[in-house]
Design a protein around this ligand. Structure first.
Ligand SMILES: CCCC(=O)SCCNC(=O)CCNC(=O)[C@H](O)C(C)(C)COP(=O)(O)OP(=O)(O)OC[C@H]1O[C@@H](n2cnc3c(N)ncnc32)[C@H](O)[C@@H]1OP(=O)(O)O
Length: 298
């Protein structure tokens, strides 16, 4: 797939999903749900301030008859109720509404009502690139400073998503500030180990190489210029960032500087979780709902 339009052409033929939204009283969230419902992708359980949800829905001419509304008094209660719908199998997808990321993720990780599976949970973003293909970015939103073991899990979650968008053997660029190993830069040491593990078949399903800087991960020309011989350089499908700061800034640079379309979900939980920034547009939220519907196949 090269665009979100192509993703829609695939997703529209999947059975519609039920999505539980934690704190749905937000215009962009409801716009995204409205569009996803009109296009046959989801029906929703809208958890949050009922009066506000009804007021916003009316202001955007969104009929509510096909959706359920669960009235809650606080963000925490909204997160807990929405997560319970998913953990009890009454919803297929969880969506973060107008709540902070850490607040909903703490409920997702709750041992009693949460959505743990024993796997690492991580964020996978997908964006339309100028290279005529969809590219994945991970982890921009959940794991703060992943160690080597967690980085392997993060790669594997991204590989699952890559397969769903038609990339069978994704090329993973392990990003750093430079493309050579510098013992003072932990990201380059981890990258070298991940590359060797991939080469020796210890991590399967992907071709991993690094360290690579962002320019030579994406641009064949930049890689050639620097004389990098690599199966990944210039053709990366998945960008693995060293930590949340790098990932989050890259995610927001893609949106606000490059003005590219993006989607984001959490993988590794019982069901996919739509997780965008509260400031992301309704379009980014809609694209993320599509991506979650696709990732439900994993
Ligand atoms: C990209 C657009 C969207 C955004 O901009 S998002 C904005 C930036 N993101 C954030 O602010 C969230 C960053 N992450 C966090 O704040 C925290 O890591 C998070 C998710 C809240 C968890 O922190 P804490 O509640 O302090 O949890 P903790 O580290 O003490 O761990 C508690 C238990 O949960 C487990 N856990 C934590 N992260 C996990 C993961 N990724 N996968 C699987 N399990 C995980 C952890 O092992 C621990 O388990 P146990 O209780 O020891 O059994």
């Amino acid at each position: 797939m090269r665009t979100f339009e192509e993703m829609y052409n695939y997703v529209k033929d999947l059975p519609p999903k039920t999505i539980a939204v934690a704190q749905a009283a937000d215009e962009d969230v409801l716009e995204a749900i409205k569009e996803a419902h009109e296009r046959g992708i989801v029906k929703a359980i809208l958890v949050g301030d009922k009066e506000k949800i009804e007021r916003i829905a009316s202001s955007i001419s969104m009929p509510l008859k096909d959706h359920e509304i669960i009235d809650t008094k606080s963000n925490l209660e909204a997160c807990r109720e929405a997560v319970k719908f998913v953990s009890e199998g009454k919803a297929d997808i969880l969506m973060k509404g107008l709540v902070q990321t850490a607040e909903i993720l703490r409920v997702v990780l709750d041992k009693e009502i949460g959505l743990r599976t024993g796997r690492t949970l991580s964020h996978v973003a997908v964006f339309e690139s100028p290279y005529n293909r969809l590219i994945l970015l991970t982890d921009a939103a959940m794991n703060i400073a992943p160690d080597l073991k967690v980085k392997i899990d993060i790669i594997l979650n991204a590989v699952d998503v890559a397969r769903q968008i038609g990339i069978d053997a994704p090329r993973v660029a392990v990003l750093g500030a430079v493309e050579t190993v510098n013992p003072d830069m932990q990201a380059t040491l981890d990258a070298a180990i991940l590359s060797k593990m991939s080469e020796r078949g210890q991590i399967k399903g992907a071709i991993i190489d690094g360290p690579l800087a962002l320019d030579n991960a994406l641009s064949v020309e930049a890689a050639r210029h620097k004389g990098i011989i690599s199966p990944v350089a210039g053709n990366a499908d998945i960008l693995l960032v060293p930590d949340i700061e790098a990932g989050n800034m890259l995610y927001k640079a893609i949106t606000y500087i490059a003005e590219r379309r993006i989607a984001g979900i959490i993988m590794g939980a019982k069901r996919p979780i739509v997780l965008t920034s509260r400031a992301d547009s309704s379009e980014a939220k809609f694209n993320s709902i599509m991506l979650a519907s696709l990732a439900s196949n994993v």
